[in-house]
Design a protein around this ligand. Structure first.
Ligand SMILES: NC(=O)NCCC(=O)O
Ligand SMILES: [Zn+2]
Length: 498
């Protein structure tokens, strides 16, 4: 099947006074180990940093480190003319087509800002994303709990009940409807939110919902700081089954991981006040297996729908289709050979992530990637991981995805055969991408990272991959060495070796 696309990761994210421990190397390496061949991370502006500068900061962090292809959403932490201009430039010149707004946290935006941002996204042909929880209610609830002496992690879920999420989802949908813009709701954790989304879909609003792997596979133990994420992992196992059913019936379309990992010592920053526990859990490595286990193996989701919700739908929404999300002539060679009969038991002892625990610890999953091919390079070979640092590329996401903005045109690109099967005419999709909306030459400032080259000095300690004796198979990890380091700098030339 086509390699997985995880549209929601936070690698090297400076957040809540600390930094997530999976960097772009460990995060993408782990992704590949689990069958994901493309990730989309979030460029998040630090206080005082512009969205455009945040984008450049993230390109510098990521370009030399990524083992698989990646794209960037850009977060908007406020609204101004400058933000609007940055959005124009990001869409026009830098291959960005999605912007995320938060309705909670200390960088939450208000309804007017959401309205303006959604409207501008619509004008640009971009996707507006929201993290939907009512931040003002959460602050009040948390203050009351702390005053009553509830300082432990259980306060997190109590302060953020399902209706506080569903209210924000509803508000975001109302604003999208008023503006006439498409909307993408990340982190749907409850029936209530999914039902709101369904209601607005029935009213003709283009609204998509994303579910995280942790929401369908971790049974919430609200007193465990390591499981703390936002919105919270809900306590009821029924909520998990229901989310999977919403994914099966196309009310919700996408699965992500929201991989935002903090070690136990970082989680301890909030030991006296749950508001200070860094929010986030792992999932980039285990998402595919976990969704297979809980969805396909459990009989709720069929294998075709599994491919849609782990890969193809994200490719279509973020305008990567048919380059990604499908196995077809002309598409990138991102391919997974999935063994549904094999099982593996998830553990921090064996995972490839940098974080020192795993929220799925002990879970046995059917469905193991036996081979993972990343842009033509075999990176998992009979279960053995051999990634190459810098092998991944930044992938532009052009504006006006036809799947989102032009559903009618999208439908005309589907050919219905006499036997009732429907085929996607990928050639025509490609034409739309290339001829109309493609961002041809993203600009990028001078890089500090060196390009591997057959001429000139190599960075110290780095292997010369141009040597004719070099072979990928020689890099097979025997002890701990599971990676080849091949840095691709931003804007730099690919060696063409692979
Ligand atoms: N999800 C979470 O708790 N942390 C990452 C930031 C976000 O996406 O809300
Ligand atoms: Zn997130």
């Amino acid at each position: 099947m086509p390699g997985g696309i995880d549209p929601h990761t936070h690698f090297e994210f400076e957040f809540m006074g600390t930094k997530s421990v999976d960097d772009f190397y460990h995060g993408t390496k782990a992704a590949i180990a689990g069958g994901t061949t493309t990730i989309i991370d979030f460029a998040f502006p630090k206080p005082g940093e512009s969205p455009l500068d945040a984008y450049h900061t993230y390109r510098l962090k990521a370009d030399g480190k990524v083992c698989c292809d990646y794209g960037l959403h850009v977060c908007l932490t406020g609204w101004s003319d400058q933000v609007k201009k940055d959005m124009d430039l990001l869409c026009r010149d830098h291959g960005v087509n999605s912007f995320k707004l938060f309705m909670c946290y200390d960088f939450m935006v208000d309804d007017g800002e959401l309205y303006s941002a959604f409207e501008h996204c619509k004008n640009l042909g971009a996707i507006a994303q929201v993290h939907a929880e009512n931040g003002k209610i959460i602050i009040k609830n948390a203050e009351k709990l702390i005053a009553k002496g509830v300082t432990g992690p259980e306060g997190h879920e109590i302060s953020r009940p399902e209706e506080v999420e569903a209210e924000a989802v509803n508000r975001a949908c109302v604003i999208a409807k008023q503006v006439g813009s498409p909307l993408y709701v990340s982190n749907v954790t409850s029936d209530q939110s999914a039902e709101v989304i369904s209601a607005y879909q029935s009213k003709g609003v283009i609204v998509y919902g994303e579910v995280e792997a942790s929401s369908v596979a971790v049974v919430g133990q609200s007193n465990n700081p390591n499981l703390l994420t936002s919105p919270p992992i809900r306590s009821s196992p029924q909520a998990q089954t229901n989310l999977l059913s919403f994914l099966a019936s196309d009310i919700l379309q996408v699965t992500g991981s929201d991989n935002c990992t903090f070690n136990q010592s970082q989680k301890a920053l909030g030991k006296n006040d749950f508001r200070k526990i860094p929010n986030g859990v792992n999932g980039v490595e285990d998402r595919m297996s976990v969704i297979w286990e809980k969805g396909v193996h459990a009989g709720i989701i069929d294998p075709s729908r599994f491919v849609a919700i782990t890969s193809t739908n994200a490719a279509k929404i973020y305008n990567l289709f048919p380059r990604k999300g499908v196995i077809a002539v002309g598409s990138d060679a991102d391919i997974v050979i999935w063994n549904a009969n094999e099982t593996r038991t998830i553990s921090a002892k064996t995972h490839h992530q940098a974080v020192d625990f795993n929220v799925f610890e002990g879970m046995t999953c059917h469905g193991v990637p036996e081979y993972v091919i990343v842009n033509g390079r075999v990176c998992v070979d009979e279960g053995q991981l051999r990634v190459a640092e810098g092998h991944g590329r930044f992938i532009e996401t052009p504006v006006f995805p036809p799947y989102v903005y032009d559903p009618e045109k999208y439908i005309t690109l589907l050919t219905e055969h006499k036997n009732g099967t429907v085929e996607q005419n990928t050639q025509n999709f490609q034409k739309i991408h290339l001829e109309q909306y493609s961002c041809e030459t993203p600009t990028f400032p001078e890089s500090v990272v060196n390009t591997p080259s057959c001429r000139g000095a190599r960075p110290e300690g780095q292997r010369n991959i141009q040597e004719s004796t070099f072979s990928v198979s020689e890099e097979l990890d025997v002890d701990k060495k599971t990676s080849t380091r091949v840095r691709h700098p931003p804007g730099g030339k690919s060696s063409g070796f692979w």
